[in-house]
Design a protein. Structure first.
Length: 120
């Protein structure tokens, strides 16, 4: 699951938005060139590709990722755990691969210190 912990919404968006946009552009190009449909539910491949191509950072964060403060991440992961019975989750701290390494490491450290203890 795309995941990022930051101090506030503005910081999180600054760190992640260019990377998420890169991910969405790359995925849209790949889906278009292969004819495959992105995983967006029960719809035709062309409609799924079109819908995926219109995804924004905000929609991606709302529906596919958890990008929040430590408190927000605890709340969202707790809800996901309850809704889906998740016992474990694999987190992707650099969706799109464009977040500078020091910021990814800082997010991981904040996750380990302030989020993970709520689920241990």
């Amino acid at each position: 699951m795309p995941f990022y912990v930051g101090e506030n919404g503005a910081e999180i968006r600054r760190d992640l938005e260019p990377s998420v946009q890169h991910l969405l552009r790359t995925a849209t190009t790949l889906f278009s060139s292969t004819g495959a449909a992105p995983p967006l539910g029960d719809q035709s491949a062309s409609k799924a590709r079109e819908k995926f191509g219109r995804l924004t950072y905000d929609k991606f964060a709302e529906s596919m990722g958890v990008f929040d403060t430590p408190e927000g991440c605890v709340e969202r992961l707790g809800r996901l755990s309850e809704d889906f019975g998740m016992g474990r989750t694999i987190l992707w701290f650099n969706p799109g691969g464009q977040v500078p390494h020091d910021r990814v490491m800082r997010s991981m450290e904040v996750f380990a210190a302030k989020v993970m203890p709520h689920f241990a």
